[in-house]
Design a protein around this ligand. Structure first.
Ligand code: B12
Ligand code: SF4
Ligand code: SF4
Length: 385
C-alpha cells in the first residue's frame, strides 16, 4: 500500500501544476513531489468554479462501489419503467472508465436554481417544476463546466477530460455525495445545508486529485418527503419507483398516463417539486442563479392559456427550455389531465372540446378522460351541510 504522501504526490508528478500566488495570480511550476500542490490546485479550481457561478465544487474518486449494486437492484425491480436508456447503459453508468478511459477523478459541481417562491396552488393554474421554468440547465451547466475545464487546463497544463450534466450515463448524485457536495436525502436527491434546488454536473478527468470527504447526512428521523409524495413514489428511504413518480409520468413516459395516477397529478403539468417543497432544508434557501429565472410567465400561467398554444407557439416560446424536449402532443396530454382535475367551467370544457379531434390518439384519449372527469364532477350530488 502507498503512503498518503506518495498518493498525493504521484498524481501531479510530471505535470505543470498551477500554484496560487498571493493576490490570486496563478503561476506555473514543475513540482513532481509536492503534496501541497494538489491542495493548491484543488483550491484554485474551487475559486475558478465560484467565479463561474458554481455554488459548490467537490472531488471524488472515479469509483461507484456500492452504488452500482443498488442501481442493478433498482433496474432488476423494473423501477426505471420505460426509460430504456437506464437499463441499456447500466455498465457505462457504473464504470467511468467505459465512458471515458483514463478517468481518475470526478469533479462534481452544483448550480443553484431557486429563482422565485411562487407555488401554483390554484388548480386552474399550471404547476411547472421550478427547474424547468427558465433556461435549459443541460446547456447552461455544461457550458460552464467547459469553461471550468479550460481554466483547469491553464492551471494544470493539458489534461484529458469530458464534461456532463444529465447528458450521459453518469451517477451524478453518487459522485456529488462522495465529493462532499452534500448528502443523499431520503428522496434520493442530493441535499445540503443550502438545500436541494441544485443542478449537478461533472468533469471526468485524468488528474488523480485527492478526493474530498463526504459530509455527514442530516435527514435524521424526518420522513416528510416520503409522507408528502402525492403518488407514494418514494417506496422506501433512498428509493424512488420512477413508474409512480409524477416527474416520470409527465416527462419521460411517452404513451398513456395510467388512469390511477391522473387524479393525483393535480395541476402538475411538467415534473413535480413536492418532495423538495416539504423538505425542512429548503425552507431558508436563498435565490438561485438568475440564468434560471422563469420565462414566459411559466410560474403563473393558466392551464387554458397553455393548452391553446399551437405547436409553432410551443416550439417558439419554449426554445432553449427543457420542456421543449417532450414535444407538443405530450404537453397537451399533460395539460388535458390537469384540466380534468380543475374545477368544471364553460371555459375549461370549451378548451378541451377544441382538442377533441387532435391528430394524436394519446391527446384525444386524455381529452376524453378530462371531459368525463368534469362531467362526473358536475353530476355528483351536492354534499349536504
Ligand atoms: C433517471 C432520473 C430520474 C428518474 C428517476 C429518479 C430516481 N430517483 O432514480 C425520474 C424521471 C423519476 C426523475 C425525477 C426527478 N429528477 Co432526475 N434524474 C435521473 C437521472 C438521469 C439518473 C438517476 C439515477 O441514476 N437513477 C437510478 C437510481 C438507482 O438511482 P438513485 O435513485 O439515485 O438510487 C441510488 C440511491 O438510492 C442509492 N441507494 C439505494 N439504496 C440505498 C440505501 C441507502 C441507505 C443509501 C444511503 C443509498 C441507497 O443507490 C442508488 C444508486 O446510486 C439523474 C441524472 C444522472 N445522470 O444521474 C437525474 C437527477 C437525479 N434528477 C434531478 C432532478 C432535479 C429530478 C426532479 C427533482 C425533477 C422534477 N422536479 O420533476 C425529480 C425528483 C424525483 C426524485 N425524488 O428522485 C437532478 C437532481 C439534482 C439533485 N439535487 O440531486 C439530477 C441529478 C439531474 C441533474 N443533473 O441535475 N429523475
Ligand atoms: S417528484 Fe413528486 S412524485 Fe416524484 S418522488 Fe418527488 S414528490 Fe413524489
Ligand atoms: S424531507 Fe426530510 S427525509 Fe426527506 S430529504 Fe428532506 S430532510 Fe431528508
Amino acid at each position: 500500500m502507498q503512503c498518503r504522501r506518495q498518493q498525493l504526490a504521484q498524481p501531479l508528478g510530471g505535470r505543470l501544476v498551477g500554484q496560487v500566488k498571493k493576490g490570486g495570480n496563478i503561476g506555473a511550476m514543475q513540482d513532481p513531489n509536492s503534496t501541497l500542490d494538489a491542495a493548491a490546485l484543488k483550491e484554485a479550481i474551487r475559486q475558478a468554479g465560484r467565479e463561474l457561478g458554481f455554488a459548490a465544487i467537490g472531488f471524488a474518486r472515479a469509483d461507484t462501489t456500492g452504488a452500482a449494486a443498488h442501481l442493478r437492484d433498482w433496474l432488476a425491480a423494473g423501477c426505471h419503467g420505460e426509460m430504456d436508456y437506464m437499463a441499456r447503459h447500466e455498465k457505462l453508468r457504473a464504470d467511468p472508465q467505459l465512458l471515458h478511459a483514463g478517468t481518475a477523478t470526478v469533479i462534481s459541481a452544483a448550480v443553484d436554481y431557486l429563482p422565485h417562491g411562487k407555488i401554483a396552488g390554484d388548480p386552474e393554474q399550471a404547476a411547472i417544476s421550478r427547474y424547468a421554468q427558465g433556461r435549459d440547465y443541460h446547456k447552461v451547466v455544461r457550458h460552464r463546466l467547459q469553461r471550468l475545464a479550460e481554466a483547469i487546463g491553464s492551471l494544470a497544463g493539458p489534461f484529458g477530460y469530458r464534461v456532463f450534466s444529465d447528458s450521459a450515463p453518469v451517477m451524478e448524485v453518487h459522485f456529488a455525495q462522495q465529493a462532499g457536495v452534500g448528502w443523499r436525502g431520503k428522496h434520493t436527491l442530493l441535499l445540503s445545508q443550502q438545500g436541494s434546488w441544485r443542478f449537478l454536473g461533472e468533469i471526468y478527468c485524468d488528474l488523480p486529485l485527492p478526493p474530498d470527504a463526504p459530509v455527514e447526512e442530516h435527514c435524521g428521523t424526518c420522513t416528510a418527503c416520503l409522507d408528502t409524495c402525492p403518488t407514494w413514489a418514494i417506496t422506501a428511504p433512498y428509493r424512488v419507483d420512477a413508474r409512480r413518480c409524477i416527474s416520470y409520468l409527465t416527462i419521460e413516459l411517452a404513451g398513456s398516463i395510467p388512469e390511477e395516477f391522473r387524479p393525483l397529478l393535480g395541476n402538475r403539468i411538467y415534473g413535480c417539486d413536492d418532495c423538495q417543497l416539504c423538505c425542512p432544508w429548503n425552507r431558508f434557501v436563498q435565490s438561485g442563479d438568475p440564468e434560471f429565472a422563469p420565462r414566459h410567465g411559466l410560474d403563473e400561467t393558466r392551464l387554458v392559456e397553455l393548452f391553446a398554444w399551437t405547436e409553432t407557439e410551443f416550439n417558439e416560446r419554449l426554445a432553449g427550455n427543457p420542456i421543449r424536449r417532450i414535444g407538443h402532443a405530450r404537453w397537451l396530454r399533460n395539460i388535458a389531465v390537469a384540466l380534468g382535475n380543475a374545477g368544471d367551467s364553460a371555459e375549461t370544457r370549451s378548451a378541451l372540446a377544441k382538442r377533441a379531434d387532435h391528430p394524436s390518439p394519446i391527446v384525444r384519449e386524455h381529452v376524453a378522460w378530462a371531459l368525463m372527469q368534469l362531467e362526473t364532477k358536475n353530476s355528483a350530488p351536492e354534499r349536504p351541510e
